[in-house]
Design a protein around this ligand. Structure first.
Ligand SMILES: [Zn+2]
Length: 295
């Protein structure tokens, strides 16, 4: 069977216009469901999202860029959500998953989140969401934390690292000047949800309700020490250097959060927890903004 050219992800552009005759693809779609093994092909894991984009008025998709590692060719997918096409200022938030290739729950949770956004666009009202579900494609294929070059990408940001994933993401983060940056991770040493906050002072006021919302799916890690850091009610104010973040010295500082699920929990609960946390963050931030605007 001949695949349409955009399926090769030399991604032209899947814009807001709908590709014709894409319906047959739904018959082939792997819909990521609880209990199914995670597919280790980029096309396979993202296919549900591309199908969604094809039928959506609120989503578009493209790629940040391509590179080769040996015989393999990789690309960094990007999705953008905007509820309407009205031209106005919107809150720009970047959401990133899969920077550690062996943490598929964040990737799947973000895919779920995008599907829910499209089904209920009011959830993303006032926002323009830039979504990067697979930031370490070679690590994902290999099921490794590190990328194929052997680096932990999440320790290399803003440190003059020349790896293509870092260069593409750094350029994108600088260009987009996000109001908020959210990264999704899973921790195999934690038995509950927790998060790192940095940047804008209101970040902790977004994290607290996000963890509370996620408790409908998974408990919170309430230990005083998590991952070697002092924590209060699952919130850590410190963090590792070199993580995916805004450029050093940028002002105003965006809110910046890392949300961690317990990696040994059932995948479907981790996915639910991510969706609940992300929805809470959007709701709360919108509240803060409208409250500030009323003053
Ligand atoms: Zn991680």
């Amino acid at each position: 069977m001949q695949l349409p050219s955009w399926f090769e992800f030399d991604l032209p552009h899947i814009g807001f216009e709908r590709p014709r005759n894409f319906e047959w693809l739904t018959a082939l779609a792997w819909i990521p469901c609880p209990g199914f093994p995670v597919p280790r092909s980029i096309k396979e894991i993202l296919l549900p999202l591309f199908i969604q984009v094809g039928a959506s008025d609120t989503l578009r998709a493209d790629s940040l860029g391509f590179w080769r590692a040996g015989e393999d060719r990789f690309w960094l997918p990007r999705f953008v959500f905007q509820r309407t096409q009205t031209v106005k200022s919107r809150i720009k938030v970047g959401i990133f998953a899969g920077i550690h290739g062996d943490e598929p729950s964040g990737i799947l949770g973000l895919i779920d989140f995008v599907r829910e956004l499209d089904a209920d666009p009011e959830t993303g009202k006032e926002f323009q969401l830039w979504i990067y579900p697979l930031c370490n494609p070679s690590g994902f294929i290999d099921n490794t934390r590190h990328c194929r070059c052997g680096l932990d990408l999440n320790r290399r940001f803003w440190r003059d690292c020349q790896e293509p994933e870092i260069r593409l993401l750094e350029a994108e983060i600088r260009l987009q000047a996000f109001n908020g940056i959210i990264s999704l991770h899973s921790d195999d040493t934690s038995d509950g949800m927790y998060g790192f906050v940095r940047g804008h002072t209101l970040t902790k006021h977004l994290m607290e309700p996000a963890l509370a919302a996620a408790e409908a799916a998974l408990p919170r890690n309430k230990r005083d020490l998590i991952d070697g850091f002092h924590a209060v009610e699952g919130i850590i104010h410190a963090g590792y250097g070199g993580i995916l973040s805004s450029p050093p010295g940028v002002w105003p500082e965006p809110f910046q959060m890392v949300i961690e699920t317990p990696q040994h929990a059932p995948t479907d609960l981790q996915r639910q927890a991510f969706v609940l946390a992300l929805k809470s963050i959007l709701r709360k931030y919108r509240e803060f903004i409208s409250y500030a605007a009323d003053i």
